[in-house]
Ligand binder design. Sequence first.
Ligand SMILES: *Cc1c(COP(=O)(O)O)cnc(C)c1O
Length: 475
Amino acid sequence: MEQMEPGLDPEDWDAYRAVAHQLLDRCIDQLAAAADHPWRAVPPDIRQGYALSGAGAGEAATAERITRDILPYGTGNTHPGFFGWVHGTGLASGILSEMAAATINANSGGRDHGAIYLERAVIDWAKGIFGFPAQASGLLLAGTSQATVVALAVARTKVLGQSVRAQGHGEHRLTAYAGAGVHNAARKAMELLGIGSHNLRLVPDGAQGIDMARLEAAIAEDRADGAVPFAIIGTAGSVDLGRFDALNALADLAAREAIWLHIDGAFGAWTRLADAPWRALSDGIERADSLACDFHKWMYVPYDCGMVLIRDEADHRAAFASRPAYLAGQEAGLGGGEPWYCDYGIDLSRGNRALKVWTAIETYGEARLGAAISANCRLAQYMADRVADAPLMQLMAPVISNLCVFTANAGLPATAQSRLNTRIAQQLQMDGVAVFSTTVIDGVTCLRAAITNHRTRQADVARAIDGVREAAVAG
Ligand SMILES: *Cc1c(COP(=O)(O)O)cnc(C)c1O
């Protein structure tokens, strides 16, 4: 029968319920057996099968496709031998929160509803963890890359005033400063904001992070040259080596020079939850004017979720608030709920990222999350010990937190080492043994493990290092 008002809900909710329960079971089965599910390349026929016919197959057939053709072909970052790049590993709590989030389908741009209060709760919790003051504000967003854009936009508005929003930079040449190991996200943010990545000064590292004397000299030089230094970007956990700038020293200098201090703590900020000695790495983070970090890396929350915190809500609002008439707030009703998150960032429509973060913290608590972070640091040291025990391998940088960088055969010339390490990384990925990524130290492409994986045990690390040794010999 032709329906006059054809909605999209299931025609038979009982049948839908059976399909959904079955898929949920498959999801739980897969996560419970995460060790059996390393990364696997998507076979060409399956990949081609993703092409949409547009015909509409219904819930049951589509759920079957998800089970057969989609669930097996993830990034593999739920596997205990995954140490590549800096990937979070997901949480069982995420299955629950994502299901509830899809049911509610909240738009968290603003208004008066549950997701808004959850996000406030998450931001308030984070303010406490990072020692930010009561008047600080924050926003959940896709990740640290977006958080950096938002933070630097606030810093720019602070130094040039709100007129920059209408008039742009005019004659002003803004400059920012960061250590040489700063993440590419800072460069991208400078480009996007129209400041230009040339105006991000990269200061060489000293004994601990940025060389402070050279930083001070660079600022003085730019000021003498008529530039407007507007932000110092400190790094808490560099992506290559897990290095931490001396955040208190940076905060002292930023205060003396009256320059905004932004900290990229994408993963390293969470050493705040770890035991000694790792916790001390992020001492001083509470003095930042803005902080960017990720829940999807070292808090293990499912992708994607990052956060920006701004020390003073008034600065945050000054850079972003602007609402046309159709979005005007109300005193009561759904149009209430001030402040609205659309006044703190780029997006108007936003999903319910807060729920998966809230659920994770409510489920596991600070102590268990912190214990997982400390355990990851111990495992990085354990990996370094295994490397030191292996005859040909060599550690290429000290282990500071959760990163271990090494070469499989230090006896070879640099180019041969690079070739070998690159080949080993690929082979172990293809074999489903372990996922290392690579980075270049002193001209040598090295194997790099970033352990942000709560499923990793000593045996997984030992197996991965054995795999490297065997692959090196086989080559
Ligand atoms: C991952 C990372 C970023 C970028 O964060 P995304 O969440 O991927 O956007 C920035 N800085 C550091 C140190 C990182 O590790």
